[in-house]
Design a protein around this ligand. Structure first.
Ligand code: PEP
Ligand code: MN
Length: 334
């Protein structure tokens, strides 16, 4: 249930209402908007007397929320969420481009790529240190050393970093990481999600290979229920019967998710297609469709990349994509 509070209602009365609701065993999520405050009630609201509440002077309206996700629900938080990732804002009109290699391979590799993507307009550096590979014999990432190298690249370029976590026991290693990625394969690792709910750090939550948008929102809810509301959703392609592309990019997820949630949504055209030449058209389409950002794989030597070379852009190709994306952004504003 949500309760819309009338503008300029006395704080004391609002607080009394909140305390009364809490005394009924419910939790209250407060969202202060420009025009109204919204109280989102979490728990079994069946026993509440809705007529009694709607009769109060300070109450403008009450609405039942039947969706199973509450904190991630736009009804609880009508305005777009803006998330600050190490000083870079994402959401609510703030567009971010994250770029970097699939995996961190060496000092030279990550620093060279970081410098070049920054020059082209990327605002965050991506790079995998722990890699979830389909084969156990493939390169699994540099692990702790990979995180150290990302931090070094951050120091040299000033770019905040985003990197994937695969195990909650690794959290101490992520202390200085600006945003933690939950990869597609872990979207429903609920124990991991619960642990991420306890920390105060932005989470990039990728949609699973075969998960619905509702399931993605329920995974966001897992993290938010623990107290961490800084979630950025990422559509990275879903598995279909198509074989010419690695996955199928579900662009409709952008406007659809935006209807249901206030959380920012970014698109990963690299994993969505698996083909470097498709990254540009999909980046432009995603930008035009209202994405809050992009996450793109860039490698200084894609042919010799230890992971995902076929979908990685060269720094020159990335520069062209970033420049065209800015043109689309400008056209959308005009
Ligand atoms: C990645 O970002 O490198 C990655 C493994 O992504 P996904 O979880 O979307 O496959
Ligand atoms: Mn990759």
């Amino acid at each position: 249930m949500i309760i819309v509070i009338k503008k300029d209602s006395p704080e004391k009365q609002v607080n009394n209402l909140i305390s009364w609701i809490e005394s009924q065993g419910l939790r209250v999520h407060i969202s202060e908007g420009e025009y109204n405050s919204v109280l989102g009630l979490i728990g079994d609201t069946n026993k509440l007397d809705a007529d009694l509440i709607s009769g109060l002077d300070i109450v403008e309206a009450i609405k039942k929320v039947s969706d199973p996700f509450k904190k991630a629900n736009r009804k609880f938080h009508p305005e777009d969420m803006v998330i600050d990732v190490g000083g870079v804002k994402i959401g609510g009109g703030n567009f971010a481009i994250m770029a970097g290699p699939c995996s961190v391979e060496s000092d030279k590799q990550i620093i060279e790529i970081a410098k070049s993507v920054k020059k082209s307009g990327a605002t965050l550096l991506r790079g995998g240190a722990f890699k979830p590979r389909t084969s156990p014999y493939d390169f699994q990432g540099l692990k702790a050393e990979g995180i150290d190298l990302l931090l070094k690249a951050k120091k040299e370029t000033g770019m905040p970093i985003v990197t994937e976590i695969m195990n909650a026991n690794h959290l101490p290693m992520f202390e200085e990481v600006d945003m933690i990625q939950v990869g597609a394969r872990n979207m429903q690792n609920f124990e991991l999600l619960k642990e991420l709910g306890k920390i105060d750090k932005p989470i990039l939550l990728k949609r699973g290979l075969a998960n619905t948008m509702k399931e993605l929102l329920m995974s966001a809810e897992y993290i938010m229920a623990g107290g961490n509301e800084k979630i950025i959703l990422c559509e990275r392609g879903i598995r279909t019967f198509e074989t010419y592309t690695r996955n199928t990019l579900d662009l409709s997820a952008i406007p659809t998710l935006k209807e249901y949630t206030h959380l920012p949504i970014v698109i990963d055209p690299s994993h969505a297609t698996g083909v470097s030449k498709l990254v540009k058209p999909m980046s432009l389409a995603a930008t035009a469709a209202g994405a809050d950002g992009l996450i793109i794989e860039v490698h200084n030597d894609p042919q010799h990349a230890l992971c995902d070379g076929a979908q990685s852009l060269t720094p020159e190709q990335f520069d062209d994509v970033a420049c065209s994306v800015q043109k689309i952004r400008k056209a959308l504003k005009d």
